[in-house]
Design a binder for this molecule. Structure first.
Ligand SMILES: C[S@@+](CC[C@H](N)C(=O)[O-])C[C@H]1O[C@@H](n2cnc3c(N)ncnc32)[C@H](O)[C@@H]1O
Length: 545
């Protein structure tokens, strides 16, 4: 498989491992006003660089995100907008300087963009559920490089498709060459199905049929099974490829013998054709004297397979997005030059999420993804949740503020838009869980430390125990095979010895193996082997005690 190289790649391919785990600091909670419609709770908006934020989400959300939509800077070379599109944001420049080093100063625009995207896509891949899917908005500035990057990180076989989204209504006549009318949305599954019958991996949901589509169904022969439309009785195989499908069919009304063309034979075998006659599934034209067509009943058609061409009447366009933004923020309040229309993201959610999905947008901008999630929930009674991440200072004043207004309602008089309900929590990025010398940063608190250790031990969620469990406050997890204990006291050195073991009373729940974290261990190797005890030293400096 061809792979892409660029200046600085060697510095970033493993960088996601080096990004410190940091605590997400809870800043505020926002709830819909009383009497608002019910909508999802447990939503999050995080202000910070998405690299750190994504890493911090791993302990809680690795493998749990169902759908990711991102709209990263397209790297068009335009700067000085409400956000910086050219990866020349001081924060990203500083980050590149730290990660790529001196070499970083000479990187081209494209090298920088790739360095920025690679570790973030790596983390997004880890956050995605087995049957999850990622949609990435992009244009021709980085489309080709992104495709190779995604092939490398997600795997070529997990490429689903490239959607073409019509972003404008009218062509620009002053373009030097073509008038650019579309963006792409690149779609990759964490695991794509190997065939239609494969029950694993990402499942695309068909779109609901529209009235226009339903109107194509009639009932020319008053069939009691309801309305139907007719489709071709032939297929695109020739008589040499499918000799069994090249046979004469008799029109029962005229007794005429009808042959298909040798270049497009019947779609159905002789036996299946006889069944079709038996089941009144053939239409012979309005006068009954025509060639056969297949009767397709509306009930049998479960929905519409989405196409890769999304026109503006289907998914909105940039102009609609700006109008939508302006309805929420008066021009004296805030500006954002590149919002996406919420209709576009609703389409993504309709085909890729169910009512309980978790949706992540780590380049949140004006918060359109949250808007789309809340809108769709309001329409179908769903409980989809979102996590948004935005680096710039407008994370609060635009990203979160838009969501507050969408939840509570906005506008005045005849332009008033009712609130959709729901709530969210707002976070910033706090302290690292580890100090630079790899010892625990105890200042983050026991809850965070226990949660991190449970994650690094891979304790299944269902087996994790709170501190106020019935056995011991040091228990972190328990199942029939293993007990995990974190014997930690902030102000004293803890010692794994017989006295400590005597305090543990598991009774019948006694597991086979005990993994015990403590500062010291006084048990002998033989004893630990005999009772299947594994000691792990808590990484902290205990010389101060
Ligand atoms: C094209 S805009 C997204 C627009 C969004 N889809 C909407 O509808 O409003 C890209 C956003 O990603 C943000 N961004 C860029 N780099 C980031 C990073 N490293 N971490 C978090 N946000 C970032 C930018 O500040 C900008 O707001």
């Amino acid at each position: 498989m061809p792979t892409l190289t660029w200046v600085g790649k060697d510095k970033v391919v493993n960088h996601h491992h080096d990004v410190p785990f940091k605590v997400l600091r809870h800043e505020s909670h926002f709830d819909a006003p009383e009497g608002s419609p019910v909508n999802s709770t447990g939503n999050r908006i995080i202000h910070g660089d998405n690299l750190e934020a994504l890493k911090s989400l791993l302990p809680e959300f690795e493998g749990k995100v169902n759908c990711i939509y991102i709209d990263p800077p397209y790297n068009t070379g335009n700067e000085g907008w409400a956000y910086n599109d050219a990866v020349n944001d001081p924060k990203i420049k500083k980050w590149l300087g730290q990660v790529v080093g001196k070499e970083g100063e000479d990187l081209s625009r494209h090298d920088k963009w790739l360095c920025m995207m690679y570790p973030r896509l790596k983390l997004l891949h880890r956050l995605l559920a087995k049957d999850g899917v990622i949609f990435i908005s992009i244009d021709d500035n980085e489309h080709a490089t992104l495709k190779l990057l995604m092939d490398e990180i997600f795997g070529l076989r997990n490429f689903i498709d490239n959607v073409i989204w019509q972003k404008k209504q009218s062509p620009q006549n002053d373009s030097t060459y073509f008038s650019d009318m579309h963006d792409y949305i690149m779609v990759y599954a964490k695991q794509a199905k190997t065939s239609k019958l494969d029950t694993n991996g990402f499942e695309l949901i068909k779109l609901q049929r529209t009235q226009v589509q339903d109107d194509r169904y009639t009932n020319a022969d008053n069939d009691e099974r309801g309305v139907w439309t007719s489709s071709d009785y032939t297929c695109n195989k020739n008589a040499d490829e499918r000799p069994n499908l090249y046979y004469p069919i008799i029109n029962p009304n005229t007794n005429e013998e009808i042959l298909p063309k040798r270049t497009s034979v019947w779609r159905y075998s002789k036996d299946r054709h006889l069944e079709n006659i038996e089941n009144n599934l053939i239409y012979w034209g309005s006068d009954g004297k025509g060639r056969p067509r297949f009767k397709r009943f509306v009930e049998a058609v479960s929905g519409v397979v989405p196409s890769t061409l999304w026109l503006r009447d289907f998914a909105g366009d940039n102009q609609e997005a700006r109008k939508e933004f302006r309805k929420i923020f008066h021009e004296t309040e805030a500006d954002f030059s590149t919002p996406k229309p919420s209709t576009l993201i609703e389409r993504v959610l309709q085909i890729a999420t169910n009512k309980d999905s978790l949706i992540l947008d780590s380049f949140a901008g004006s918060g359109t993804t949250a808007h789309a999630v809340l809108k769709l929930n309001a329409q179908d009674g769903g409980n989809r949740r979102f996590i948004l991440i935005e680096m710039e200072d407008y994370a609060d004043t635009i990203t979160a503020e838009r969501v507050r207004r969408v939840i509570s309602g906005y506008g005045e008089g005849t332009k008033k838009v009712a609130g959709l309900g729901g709530s969210f929590d707002y976070y910033t990025i706090g302290e690292a869980i580890f100090n630079p010398d790899d010892t625990l940063n105890e200042a983050v608190g026991i809850e965070v430390i226990r949660h991190y250790v449970a994650y690094s031990e891979g304790i299944p969620n269902a087996d994790q125990t709170p501190q106020d469990n019935t056995y011991t406050p040091y228990l972190m997890g328990l199942n029939s095979d293993t007990a995990w204990l974190f014997y930690y006291e902030p102000n004293e050195v803890t010692c794994l010895d017989l006295d400590f073991l005597n305090t543990l009373k598991f009774g019948v729940a006694k597991p086979g193996t005990a993994i015990i974290y403590a500062d010291k261990c006084l048990l002998t190797k033989e004893f630990m082997t005999q009772y299947s005890i594994i000691f792990k030293k808590i990484p902290r400096d205990i010389t101060r005690f």
